[in-house]
Design a protein around this ligand. Structure first.
Ligand SMILES: [Fe+2]
Length: 301
């Protein structure tokens, strides 16, 4: 007797790509200058209250809100594009089934896409999902600019809830875990991770990663940080999970740590459907393969 193979149902798709984050900052002009000189973001539309900055053709990678009552940055929202109305509708159904409130997009954002909605993640971050993000025909004038925003990295005291929210509700797929401590989750653009989540005793946006496009550009940006005495909080590392070389600069008035990297693993279409996440050992050599031994903590900050 032959057994008919049973086709498994098609995988429900997640968001396509991370597009932007929205940060409140205490001194809008100072943060614009910082992001221009140190990260390479190009300033676009802006007024005294907010500013859009971009790196590629996407409308913006960071929106800044002027909030002079703050002393350090505040993380308000993250935006993920969705490849079609069908996937957006399915994500809305999943969010409703999970009992989440479906919220409108931020007013300005409503004019920058075709359709979308927002939900709040377990940490209180607004997650905006939308189709047809407005884009520019060309990239901004080159000036050591990153190519794209590739991931936010958050730490949270609600690790299990947050991982479940992004995987089970929003359809992100796990690329790798570090024990039961960190989760790297990917979108449909197949970058190794479009969000990373680490267990902690508090919630914070820990860093934002931009791909620079060459190691030379990473090192030139590192030289600028040293020249202006901006704190390098995590010097050049070689990440095992995403196969990227990166360093991190940090000034809490201007945002989380900014990770500037070269190379970031993109899974093949086949790997995207079949990859089984590894559960990596919690070991400095997984964060930086150049560390000398398991007890080498010199990368740590
Ligand atoms: Fe990162």
């Amino acid at each position: 007797m032959s057994v008919e193979p049973v086709a498994s149902p098609p995988r429900r798709r997640g968001p396509y790509s991370v597009e932007y984050v929205r940060l409140g900052v205490p001194d809008l002009p100072a943060t614009i200058a910082f992001l221009d000189y140190h990260v390479g973001l190009a300033l676009e539309e802006h007024d005294g209250e907010h500013a859009y900055l971009r790196v590629g053709t996407e409308h913006h990678s960071i929106e800044l809100l002027h909030e002079p009552e703050l002393t350090a940055f505040r993380y308000e929202a993250v935006g993920y594009s969705v490849e079609s109305e069908e996937v957006l509708d399915d994500l809305r159904l999943r969010a409703e089934a999970a009992g989440l409130e479906i919220l409108p997009l931020q007013k300005r954002m409503q004019g920058l896409c075709q359709q979308g909605f927002a939900v709040t993640d377990p940490n209180g971050t607004t997650v905006e999902l939308f189709t047809d993000f407005i884009e520019y025909a060309e990239e901004p004038w080159p000036d050591l600019r990153p190519q794209t925003l590739v991931h936010p990295f958050i730490i949270t005291d609600r690790y299990e809830d947050t991982v479940r929210f992004y995987t089970e509700v929003l359809g992100f797929q796990a690329s790798d875990y570090v024990e039961d401590f960190t989760a790297f989750l990917r979108c449909e653009d197949r970058y190794h991770h479009s969000i990373a989540i680490r267990r902690a005793d508090r919630f914070s946006l820990e860093h934002l990663c931009f791909i620079m496009g060459s190691f030379d550009a990473v090192m030139r940006r590192r030289a600028r940080a040293q020249y202006k005495q901006v704190r390098i909080l995590g010097d050049v590392v070689n990440h095992s999970a995403s196969h990227s070389l990166a360093f991190y600069l940090y000034d809490e008035r201007h945002g989380p740590r900014y990770e500037l990297c070269d190379g970031h693993r993109v899974l093949t279409p086949e790997e995207h459907e079949t990859h089984r996440p590894r559960r990596l050992k919690r070991d400095p050599r997984n964060i930086d393969v150049w560390r000398a031994a398991a007890d080498d903590r010199t990368w740590a900050h």
